[in-house]
Design a binder for this molecule. Structure first.
Ligand SMILES: [Zn+2]
Length: 508
């Protein structure tokens, strides 16, 4: 690296996360990328081909919490997207904070559940206990630098922006909103963007493939595949009309919109607007723009990684990125920027597809009720059934919590019960091990249709890491690296201290 480059920190760091962007998508879809998007990073930057998460719960919040902090849940505290609080026996969202109400939307607008419990709609990083590279930028430069984060999901925007972000926005029902943790009111430009009703204007819009359908057939297989979801008025096949299956705008329209690549375009337009209105890249010190695109994940859950829908979503996101990078070039000059792009986790193939292609590989869907039944059966057999309506346990996504009343009633210790519970779970098909428990590869706790992620297997841990800009060694880097290496590497590129607990290493 030339000394002149070392002397001038970038004007703008661009951190892109793509929710559920499996590493292999960049290989399989590469021939169909346009100019200036993924190709710009792949050809002009550093492409780390074997980057993995080293944590087991490969979900959105733990992933985003790691990307710019370089630490795992044992430090940052974001163990899942939601979890059960044993003191109250209530499930909370990882970003939940009654003291930080949403700004820009009334809880009642979000739906009946939220209207009934507005205290559960507030959002902040109260539960996040780590320091991010974005925090380090603000700690170093204060008001001389601006950190701006946006996503389709609240947790993804906030966890990249960090606690000191100047603003973090996410979309709810077609509007970009924030929380009291960041500001008391939306700035005029966000109000104006929302007033344009760009999302609502997509009602009735048709989503069809960007390229010749034969290409999708060849790369991904048939459009109508076993295991794909059929809901939200979208059906299993192209073309798809984005209405939510209703004649007028309703909550399902917004869910259908989130599932369509139009929501990635919506976020891309918002990021471009932010760039101009917030004058990003034009402050005395380095600014940071964080954007996390959620639609590839939403679509991946509905149709699986091998679907034509996911291919088209990635190709359309490529065009959104190209437009964003072009805008950054125009406003700031890309030569003065560094870009890093990664994902929060990968994604598991549909069990139906695995079974169709390799019937010898065990694969399947697990009904949570069957797991609960196996656990209860083992406990009843060991200690006798509980009286009345008392329950042995409450389950959240990955753990069984033994209820204290059950322990008291049977005069047992939690350790005794855990041993029996674990043995009981291991009798259920699809369970590989139980710390709590881990599924065998190609099994998922998702009945019916759709795909998921959240296990410590390569299909869920393997994500891309692409770097672009001054100081980045161009080329393909085949060695195994970890996502926790992003934080120390970015901190070094920006000339700010590494987050204090970051455990990764500098990639270059
Ligand atoms: Zn995710």
């Amino acid at each position: 690296m030339a000394r002149a480059e070392e002397a001038a920190p970038p004007k703008l760091a661009v951190v892109i996360a793509v929710d559920q962007l499996r590493a292999d998508y960049l290989v399989r879809f590469r021939p169909y990328f346009g100019e200036g998007g993924f190709k710009r990073l792949l050809e002009g930057g550093a492409d780390f081909r074997d980057a993995h998460y080293r944590h087991a719960i490969t979900h959105t919040a733990p992933g985003h919490a790691l990307i710019l902090s370089g630490v795992h849940s044992n430090v940052h505290g974001i163990i899942g997207n939601e979890w059960l609080v044993p003191e109250t026996w209530e499930s909370i969202n990882c970003m939940e904070d009654p003291a930080s109400p949403l700004v820009g939307i009334n809880p009642a607008e979000l739906g009946p559940t939220q209207a009934a419990r507005p205290d559960k709609t507030g959002r902040s990083l109260k539960n996040f206990q780590a320091t991010t590279v974005t925090d380090q930028v603000k700690l170093r430069y204060g008001a001389n630098s601006k950190v701006f984060a946006a996503s389709n999901k609240d947790r993804s925007a906030m966890l990249l922006g960090g606690k000191l972000a100047d603003s973090a926005y996410w979309d709810e029902n077609g509007k970009f909103v924030t929380s009291r943790a960041y500001r008391d009111a939306l700035p005029a430009w966000v109000e104006a963007f929302n007033a344009e009703k760009r999302c609502q204007a997509a009602f009735g819009k048709v989503w069809d493939r960007l390229l010749d359908p034969a290409i999708y057939e060849q790369v991904q297989g048939p459009d109508d595949a076993a295991g794909e979801e059929t809901g939200l008025g979208l059906g299993r096949t192209f073309p798809k009309k984005i209405t939510g299956g209703k004649d007028a705008i309703s909550p399902t329209f917004y869910t259908a919109f989130d599932n369509s690549p139009f929501s990635a375009e919506f976020l891309g337009e918002f990021a471009q607007r932010a760039l101009v209105e917030e004058k990003l890249g034009r402050h005395p010190a380095t600014d940071v723009l964080c954007v996390s695109f959620s639609q590839v994940d939403t679509c991946g859950h509905s149709y699986g990684p091998d679907s034509q829908e996911v291919m088209d979503s990635v190709l359309r996101l490529d065009r959104v990125l190209a437009a964003l990078f072009a805008r950054i070039d125009q406003e700031v000059g890309l030569a003065k920027c560094v870009i890093v792009l990664t994902a929060d986790h990968g994604g598991e193939p549909m069990p139906e597809r695995v079974q169709a292609l390799r019937p010898d590989i065990p694969a399947g869907r697990i009904k949570p009720a069957d797991l609960d039944a196996a656990a209860k059966k083992a406990l009843d057999a060991a200690y006798g059934p509980l009286e009345g309506k008392e329950l042995w346990f409450t389950r959240d996504t990955y753990a069984y919590f033994v209820r204290p009343a059950a322990l008291a009633a049977k005069k047992l210790t939690a350790a005794d019960v855990a041993k029996v519970l674990k043995a009981g779970l291991l009798t259920a098909p699809g369970i590989a091990t139980a710390f709590t428990y881990v599924l065998k590869p190609y099994y998922q706790i998702k009945t019916g249709t759709g795909a998921t992620h959240g296990m410590p297997y390569a299909y869920d841990t393997h994500v891309p890491i692409l770097w672009w800009g001054a100081g980045v060694p161009r080329g393909v880097h085949p060695e195994r690296v970890s996502v926790e290496d992003i934080a120390p590497t970015l901190a070094a590129l920006l000339g700010v201290p590494t987050p204090p607990q970051a455990m990764g290493r500098r990639l270059f």
